[in-house]
Design a protein around this ligand. Sequence first.
Ligand code: GLU
Ligand code: ZN
Length: 491
Amino acid sequence: MANGSVRVRFCPSPTGNPHVGLVRTALFNWAFARHTGGTFVFRIEDTDAARDSEESYEQLLDSLRWLGFTWDEGPEVGGPHAPYRQSQRMETYLEVAERLKEAGHAYSCYCTASELEERRDAARAAGRPSGYDGKCREVTPEQKARYEAEGREPIVRFRMPDETITFTDLVRGELTFTPENVPDYGIVRANGAPLYTLVNPVDDALMEITHVLRGEDLLSSTPRQVALYKALIELGIAKEVPSFGHLPYVMGEGNKKLSKRDPQASLNLYRERGFLPEGLLNYLSLLGWSLSADQDIFTIDEMVAAFDIADVNPNPARFDLKKAEAINADHIRLLDVADFTARCAPWLKAPFAPWAPEDFDEARWEAIAPHAQTRLKVLSEITENVDFLFLPEPVEDEASWAKAMKEGSDDLLRTARGKLEAADWTSAESLKEAVLAAGEAHGLKLGKAQAPVRVAVTGRTVGLPLFESLEILGREKTLARIDAALAKLAA
Ligand code: GLU
Ligand code: ZN
């Protein structure tokens, strides 16, 4: 395929929140388009009025923008094959269905649901293939008149050629489907609504898609689409059958397929938790692909430069949240500090921040930010890590208090307070020495000695480096908090 002639598409249905499997599909298509200098088409498959919503449509666009995927053709940007929302293309599909019927590639099927079920059961009982049996392929004018007199409303069914269908999947190699496994299938409902089975390949044909990269769950529709494509070529509607590549399943907890409805699958969850788009994309790219055996962390540009669909692994990929977070943490560290502080902004105000807006202090934030940057897995963790700087009093975390405040903690805190009072507050090192000396006076190592100090000052047993935290909070507040803890211990 010559550079520039690749045309791929991302064509989600706007039903519910985008999920990570969908994002992986968008990513592989986008990376393939960018790698080959091709065209990334974004199409909205909103032909299911009952399930589609305008809200999901807006969410899809917003998600793609957040991820940084630019589309060359599609909603809002337009293009030579506009419109890119299938709900605005209905006439085209019905016209194609009509032409398929005229050419004998499709026919009206008058079978009722109960008749179909009956025959399916009978076929199963007899050990025959249970798909549609082709009954309405030949309906005489008399039968047709009778059916219509009975008030039956036909669906349009595509007539599969009675031949084996073979295609070379870009990920899985050569695949073969025999006719008994791919029966004639519906393309237009009785109420006149065209189905996915029709609109998806028709649009791929009209939009001159060269490569269809999509999830393995759609593999069973591919032999049908290949056959439909051949009919479209015959009618002059399609030029050639595109290449297909089916991306591996994504497995979630308990080695079950990650479903759209799985809360862990929702893209919004990752956004709200403060994944960076580059961190999430880096992780999702590893679900079926890798840059090299010894490099897990890379930029989207590095991925684009290296991406080839032929390198995608057909085996199911396991979604591993811990690994996703670890990769995200690496991307957080790769940001320059100014970028990091800017990206934390949403979590430093309502509804996330528990402090009053006027208590936020820019200078303290800038001082603590570099210490936070090296420790966060996701940006939302920033709020808890810095709240001690902006709340009038540290949060009350009972578990932390119980864990750190032991017998003798009051004595230790009193000693530490004295030493801290005398320390040099322009140096975290000096504050460390103060707590170290207090510990020694009570036979405690630094780790044990600093725990009650940390809980007194920050409210929690874990957090950012303690002595830098104290320095940034300041002498007066630190000492006041130790006093408050001593009072609480005495009570
Ligand atoms: N609208 C279909 C879906 O979201 C697209 C499938 C395809 O890529 O062919 O499942
Ligand atoms: Zn029928």
